[in-house]
Design a protein around this ligand. Structure first.
Ligand SMILES: CC(C)(COP(=O)(O)OP(=O)(O)OC[C@H]1O[C@@H](n2cnc3c(N)ncnc32)[C@H](O)[C@@H]1OP(=O)(O)O)[C@@H](O)C(=O)NCCC(=O)NCCS
Length: 176
């Protein structure tokens, strides 16, 4: 599938609401940062971080041939001091999964982070049972660094999460 990757706009925010169809899905996508149900006010406040000078958050979208948003991904926690950032809020619309969109979107953001922002480390958190996402990140070259035990509460469960990261030299080796 051919997609265009560009910055998410404020006008796109209502489109994202439908992805948080239930609390579990919202947690898988966003981690414990929003209250369920997701609201436009929460998304506006989240988005406002991208509008500051030297932002610590950039949000990208994948747009399909029909002009629809097929997926999104944030490059967050951008630290110019430590030359590091985090991939987060990765989501591909159900109808568009399995077509390489997450792979293209995250590859674009890694390339952007390591070249434009001159980062040396990009990390992420993923729940230990999220096999599609784990496979996707490992295929891109992320390495598992640790386990955060019982780090998210959902109903009467506590979910474990893995920490993954990729360094610039690892990405450069893979990209050649
Ligand atoms: C995880 C997610 C982003 C993957 O998006 P996608 O566009 O379907 O992924 P891609 O088509 O780019 O697949 C890339 C790789 O991911 C892995 N993968 C994707 N879907 C998979 C599945 N259902 N089962 C197993 N592995 C899968 C495969 O390794 C795949 O490479 P391959 O096709 O060469 O085997 C998508 O399933 C999603 O939005 N899930 C819900 C939200 C979520 O869990 N986000 C992650 C937060 S950490």
């Amino acid at each position: 599938m051919s997609i265009i990757i560009t910055y998410l706009n404020r006008n796109d925010l209502p489109e994202l609401l439908k992805w948080a169809e239930d609390e579990r899905t919202m947690l898988l996508w966003c981690g414990p940062v929003f209250d369920f149900p997701l609201t436009i006010e929460q998304l506006k406040s989240y988005f406002s971080e991208t509008q500051k000078p030297g932002p610590c958050r950039l949000i990208f979208k994948a747009v399909d041939e029909n002009g629809k948003i097929a997926g999104m991904c944030e490059l967050g926690a951008i630290s110019r001091r430590n030359c590091s950032a985090s991939i987060c809020r990765v989501f591909v619309d159900k109808a568009s999964r399995g077509k390489g969109i997450a792979d293209k979107l995250i590859s674009f953001i890694l390339e952007y982070g390591f070249t434009e922002l001159e980062l040396i480390r990009i990390e992420l958190n993923v729940y230990t049972f999220n096999t599609p996402a784990i496979n996707c990140y490992e295929k891109l070259g992320f390495k598992r660094e640790g386990l955060k035990r019982k780090s998210t509460k959902f109903e009467n469960e506590f979910w474990d999460g893995y920490v993954y990261a990729i360094l610039k030299e690892e990405w450069d080796k893979r990209a050649v």
